[in-house]
Design a protein around this ligand. Structure first.
Ligand code: SF4
Length: 316
């Protein structure tokens, strides 16, 4: 069976070996974050509906999971905000009923949890990783560029409610964008929000791959450590581990990407169309190649291009 809505298993530094489920067509989201690795949001919405027919997803899951793959997590992630699909609860129920030994993770921007029905739909998951990059309206607008119906205050309140209702683990993720959410004022507001939400863990990341806007910079390691100690109880998202040591790493994808880039530099979207790989899965291989220094990025009019590093051009 050819899978359209499942991707991976993707070797992930946060989740080990994770099978992705994408419930949303690209690029549909409640936010349009400046650092998004999936590119600009083309459908900015808070409307919940069955964007991908749930029966198609259940058929793919049944086919895949019947083979008893070894997975650390089945993860809702992909081309936008997964809770926008109003059948996410049905998919979670199906997995828990038919394949109860698998752990389920929801990677979410957390913006819809002020709605009690959205919270109810994810309660059977094992791990929820919501992001919260801002705790003031101004910085929320600047970094996350939300749909007009959303406010930072309500997002935080929704996360507080989720924490009190959800029995699993909540890992709050904060993406640091230098000069925006690393000011004393914003960090103090974020710290207060963390105290209110009281997640089990707080993890911080910064740019390590091309974002939507080329002006977004990575925070340096020292700054990240200072912020982590200021916020307290927060940790940096793990250092890079060689992904090719993970069983689901597919060496042939690596070669296909390198061979394509040897012919000409491409954007992530170009590679997605040319290689027919899900963008989220593709991104993991790109991250690996960036981290080991085989490829580099270059900003051009049409976006961020990936190209072979000059010293590797004859080696792909
Ligand atoms: S919430 Fe996630 S998918 Fe949506 S724009 Fe931000 S980073 Fe991209």
């Amino acid at each position: 069976m050819k899978y359209k809505h499942l991707f991976g298993p993707v070797p992930s530094r946060r989740l080990g070996v994770s099978l992705g489920i994408d419930l949303i067509p690209p690029k549909t989201c409640t936010l349009d974050c400046v650092y998004c690795e999936c590119g600009k949001t083309t459908r900015l919405t808070t409307e919940r509906r069955e964007y991908i027919p749930v029966d198609n997803i259940l058929k793919e899951l049944d086919d895949y999971l019947a083979r008893k793959p070894e997975l650390d997590y089945i993860t809702f992630a992909g081309s936008g905000e997964p809770t926008l699909n109003n059948k996410i609860g049905k998919v979670i129920e199906f997995i828990k009923k038919s394949y109860p030994h698998y752990n389920i993770c929801v990677l979410t921007n957390g913006t819809l949890f002020s709605d009690p029905s959205v919270r109810a739909e994810v309660l059977k998951a094992d791990l929820i990783i919501p992001s919260l990059d801002a705790a003031t309206e101004k910085i929320f607008q600047q970094i996350n560029r939300p749909h007009r119906d959303l406010s930072c205050k309500e997002v935080i309140a929704g996360l507080v409610d989720l924490r009190s209702e959800f029995a699993g683990e909540i890992r709050l993720e904060i993406f640091i964008v230098p000069d925006f959410n690393d000011t004393t004022e914003e960090l103090q507001a974020i710290k207060q929000a963390i105290e209110k939400i009281n997640p089990h863990r707080v993890q911080m990341g910064t740019l390590d791959r091309p974002g939507t806007e080329n002006w977004v910079q990575a925070a340096d390691k020292e700054k990240m450590q200072q912020i982590a100690s200021f916020l307290g109880r927060s940790e940096l998202i793990g250092e890079f581990r060689p992904r090719n040591k993970i069983a689901s790493f597919n060496e042939s994808y690596n070669s296909q990407i390198l061979n394509t880039l040897r012919r000409r530099p491409c954007t992530l979207e170009d590679l997605h169309h040319m290689l027919n790989l899900h963008p989220a899965e593709l991104q993991k291989y790109i991250n690996h190649l960036l981290a080991i220094g085989r490829i580099e990025t270059e900003n051009r009019d049409r976006g961020t291009f990936l190209k072979l590093k000059s010293e590797h051009r004859g080696l792909a």
